[in-house]
Ligand binder design. Structure first.
Ligand SMILES: NC(=O)c1ccc[n+]([C@@H]2O[C@H](COP(=O)([O-])OP(=O)(O)OC[C@H]3O[C@@H](n4cnc5c(N)ncnc54)[C@H](OP(=O)(O)O)[C@@H]3O)[C@@H](O)[C@H]2O)c1
Length: 305
């Protein structure tokens, strides 16, 4: 099968190659999926899990990509809940070969059914950004209607999901980002926007929840904006400053079939829009995943035309 591989951590995305690899086999509780569309998070080439397995052994050449939509072609021993021929989408294990390939072996529990009226390209754009936003807002941030949310990077993949889900849950949403992101953040439902280069972040006053996808100095300053009893949720590593009278949590997104189902239902009924920028075939994936200019929206690789 055709697959994208990485072999050199120092070279990062520049060393991605399209090669021939053996098709994967389904282990216990796995399915094999014929991948139709694949999502990729640019930072994943910096994650240790791209380069080693769970006990620290090198696993290069590694196939990156952790989001997929496709069709089940085989079941492993003991696998239940999915069937051959079923359309699925989901989040692949960080430590196993990923989704930038024609076939993928994946635990069935990491997948959810993809309704027939949802395009594979859309399905592959949802798992990481949708689940991260859902879990950060509702599981970890315990967001309730009437609260306020500061959504950093509100025009990005995670940020557009955070903005829409928070707003539809009845929150007041302040988006942040670069000057050029303002209109996009407002279009995705932010009530107001803070340009982090030219506005003063502290002018937003106090909020109930900060959703941080940027970290660094922005993350540290955000701790001071949390209202008593509020929560700083980070997906960019351990928080460096904690709210004086609130909670701080950093987490890594997990697959969850029920939540994937909730997210895709919202896409179907129009409550949630995806943020897809570029769609490219697998043959052009190396160039598409190495953009020479800033790109807006997620890049999705259409593995099967
Ligand atoms: N822990 C987890 O489970 C988890 C899950 C998903 C994502 N993440 C992490 O979350 C981060 C965001 O992911 P994403 O897919 O949403 O990325 P993305 O689509 O690139 O969105 C990030 C947004 O924030 C903006 N931004 C970044 N730094 C900024 C700064 N200093 N000032 C103003 N705007 C800034 C970006 O603008 P530019 O494009 O101009 O930089 C972009 O619009 C990544 O680091 C990713 O690894 C973690």
């Amino acid at each position: 099968m055709k697959a994208i591989v990485v072999t050199d951590q120092a070279a990062g995305a520049a060393a991605m190659k399209l090669v021939e690899r053996p098709e994967p086999q389904a282990s216990i509780n796995d399915v094999v999926v014929r991948v139709h569309a694949s999502g990729f998070v640019p930072t994943e080439l910096t994650w240790p899990s791209t380069w080693t397995d769970r006990v620290g052994r090198a696993r290069t050449p590694a196939i990156p990509g952790h989001e997929l939509a496709g069709v089940v072609t085989a079941l492993g021993y003991g696998t239940t809940g999915l069937s051959v021929g079923q359309r699925v989408f989901g989040l692949a294990d960080w430590y196993r070969d990923g989704t930038l390939a024609e076939y993928l072996a994946i635990e069935a529990r990491n997948l959810a059914p993809l309704p027939g009226d949802v395009d594979f390209t859309v399905g592959a754009s949802l798992p990481i950004s949708g689940l991260t936003a859902w879990q950060g807002l509702f599981d970890h941030g315990r967001l309730r209607a009437g609260q306020s949310v500061l959504a950093h990077g509100a025009a990005g993949a995670v940020g557009t999901m955070v903005t829409q889900l928070a707003r539809s849950a009845g929150a007041y949403v302040i988006g942040t980002g670069r000057a050029g992101d303002r209109q996009k953040a407002l279009d995705f439902g932010a009530h107001e926007f803070v340009d982090l280069d030219d506005d003063t972040l502290e002018d937003v006053g106090r909020v109930d929840l900060v959703f941080d996808v940027i970290g660094g100095d922005i993350g540290k300053r955000s701790a001071g904006l949390i209202r008593a009893g509020g929560t700083l949720v980070s997906v960019v590593g351990p928080v460096e400053a904690r709210p004086a009278d609130g909670l701080a949590i950093d987490f890594v997104v997990e697959s969850d079939r029920a939540q994937l189902g909730e997210i895709v239902e919202r896409v179907r009924d129009g409550r949630l829009r995806t943020n897809i920028g570029t769609v490219a075939p697998l043959d052009d994936a190396v160039a598409a995943l190495n953009p020479t200019a800033r790109r807006s929206g997620k890049t999705i690789i259409r593995v099967r035309p």
